[in-house]
Design a protein around this ligand. Structure first.
Ligand code: SME
Length: 162
């Protein structure tokens, strides 16, 4: 499957999210390996939008450890409660941060990142990891992104979750 050009960037965001969710469902259907599926999910999201960084941090023992991603080199371990990702894990709540420079404890993996959206990936209410998306623009994430990315996370959770 040619994944990099599935989603036309000129389409409205809602349509892109719909296509992306369908494409991810199809890709995940035929593969059971976690790393393979998270890697393709990161690639698919990254190539459907113009975000700076898209990837996963996965809970390993008592830390979040860098998982499959697309974008610049990133920090590898994040403690619970630290930065936007660690806060998402600790609170088990989506974090939509319009200006990361104003977020207490934000971990600046890339000085270019200005806004950030992080969603928990859960199984039976327990956080397995987080999906982290960074943008070079301030206030780049809206309700449509939260809804769309939540749908994507649901596809991943259905595969590995309950
Ligand atoms: N900025 C994140 C760290 C991960 S990078 O953005 C890839 C944070 O504060 O949790």
């Amino acid at each position: 499957m040619e994944t990099n050009s599935i989603i036309d960037h000129s389409l409205p965001k809602a349509e892109r999210y719909q296509m992306l969710t369908q494409a991810l469902g199809a890709i995940l259907e035929s593969e059971t390996d976690l790393t393979a599926n998270l890697a393709n999910a990161a690639a698919l999201i990254f190539h459907s939008f113009d975000f700076h960084w898209v990837g996963f941090y996965w809970v390993k023992e008592n830390e979040l450890v860098l998982g499959p991603f697309q974008g610049p080199v990133a920090c590898t371990r994040i403690a619970k409660g630290r930065g936007v990702c660690g806060t998402c894990w600790e609170k088990n709540e989506i974090q939509c941060v319009p200006n990361v420079n104003e977020f207490p404890g934000h971990i600046a993996c890339s000085a270019l990142s200005q806004s950030e959206l992080v969603l928990p990936v859960t199984r039976n209410g327990v956080v397995l990891g987080v999906l982290d998306i960074d943008s070079v623009f301030l206030n780049d994430f809206d309700e449509e992104d939260i809804r769309g990315m939540s749908q994507i996370v649901s596809v991943i959770e259905r595969k590995f979750g309950a």
